[in-house]
Design a protein around this ligand. Structure first.
Ligand code: 8YV
Length: 338
């Protein structure tokens, strides 16, 4: 029998996924689940064919310059691949895959949770009771929020996740607008009752909520920058379940502090140099709702992501085209491409 392919998995995965990987592959797991340095990953990879990476691994050009010759595939556990220099990977003769689709619906659900949480004062309502341990009781003007129905939603990036958000948002009575690299066919636009905008500046200035669903590539860095934020409607709101780098966070904070924007609901924000204290202050004042990169964090999605990684690895090892190959010309230029 041929020996099992050697793989390195950089982070802990659900037990059922690791168990299946252990039967199919000669797998090295990261029992401590600590984010590993590039040197540690490179050392572990010696003689291995596949790296199962995730967002916490920085796989840049320097990494691919040093990656052992035995390594042929980077199988990302995740949809976003902004931690990988895709061009450098292919230039070094490697293939890159990801795990799209299986996290689409859960991520879209979280976008709706966030979109509703702020205007319907979800976090504030809970915190109040925890703080006071007491409630005076209902009154007609108690905790009035604002309704979502009838408002307009501007989706930036109408791919799988953006489309799933549009479907949900329709059911909540929102009017759907979108900007996207690729305009969707008329049948899809009709089904979603979505209005396409070729001009992002114009769309951003016309909607009540801007929600980001584009990957972080070279073209999307701070796609919601200071100028666009300044163009947004009075009392408009921002939702982000994608990547922090899509927003000029300082400018966002300023627009909320100035009471131009009503707030933001963010699953992603800068944290590596510390979470912005002004952002936290706005969260304390219930102008901002923060969750910490949880949009796809369901057990079901994580298991399916693991299964998708396995499907990609097996196809690749068997000499077939892995089903979820990431190609720079389709995905967009990697943010790290020079
Ligand atoms: C994960 C994600 O938390 O898939 C993505 O792009 O952001 C999340 O599903 C993480 O990236 C796993 O690597």
């Amino acid at each position: 029998t041929t020996p099992k392919p050697k793989i390195v998995v950089t982070r802990r995965l659900p037990a059922s996924v690791e168990a299946r990987m252990a039967t199919l592959f000669d797998a090295q797991f990261n029992i401590e689940d600590n984010p590993r340095s590039q040197d540690e990953v490179l050392a572990a990879l010696e003689g291995c064919a596949v790296l199962v990476s995730s967002i916490t691994d920085q796989l840049d050009a320097a990494f691919f310059a040093r990656v052992p010759k035995s390594v042929r595939l980077i199988a990302q556990f995740g949809n976003g691949v902004d931690n990988i220099d895709i061009e450098a990977a292919y230039a070094a003769g490697l293939t890159v895959t990801n795990t799209p689709s299986v996290l689409t619906e859960d991520t879209a659900d979280m976008a709706m949770v966030l979109m509703l949480a702020l205007p319907r004062r979800l976090v504030e309502g809970t915190q109040l009771l925890i703080r006071d341990r007491h409630w005076e009781g209902w009154s007609p003007t108690w905790m009035l929020g604002r309704r979502l129905r009838g408002k307009s939603l501007g989706i930036v990036g109408m791919g799988r996740i953006g489309t799933a958000v549009a479907q949900r948002a329709r059911a909540f009575g929102l009017n759907i607008h979108y900007f996207s690299r690729n305009r969707r066919p008329p049948t899809i636009e009709e089904k979603l009752e979505a209005t396409y905008w070729a001009d992002l500046d114009a769309m951003v200035g016309a909607v009540d909520i801007v929600s980001l669903h584009t990957p972080y590539t070279r073209d999307t860095y701070q796609i919601l920058g200071a100028e666009r934020l300044a163009r947004m409607k009075q009392d408009a709101m921002v939702v982000n379940v994608s990547r922090p780098e899509l927003i000029d966070e300082e400018a966002l904070v300023t627009e909320i502090e100035k009471r131009h924007l009503s707030g933001a609901a963010l699953d992603v924000f800068e944290y590596r140099q510390g979470i912005n204290p002004r952002l936290l202050a706005l969260a304390e004042a219930n102008k901002v709702v923060l969750t910490a990169h949880m949009a796809s964090a369901t057990l079901e999605a994580r298991v399916e992501m693991g299964e998708t990684v396995i499907v990609n690895i097996r196809a690749f090892i068997d000499g077939h085209q892995p089903p979820h190959r990431v190609l720079p010309e389709v995905h967009g230029q990697s943010r790290m491409a020079r």
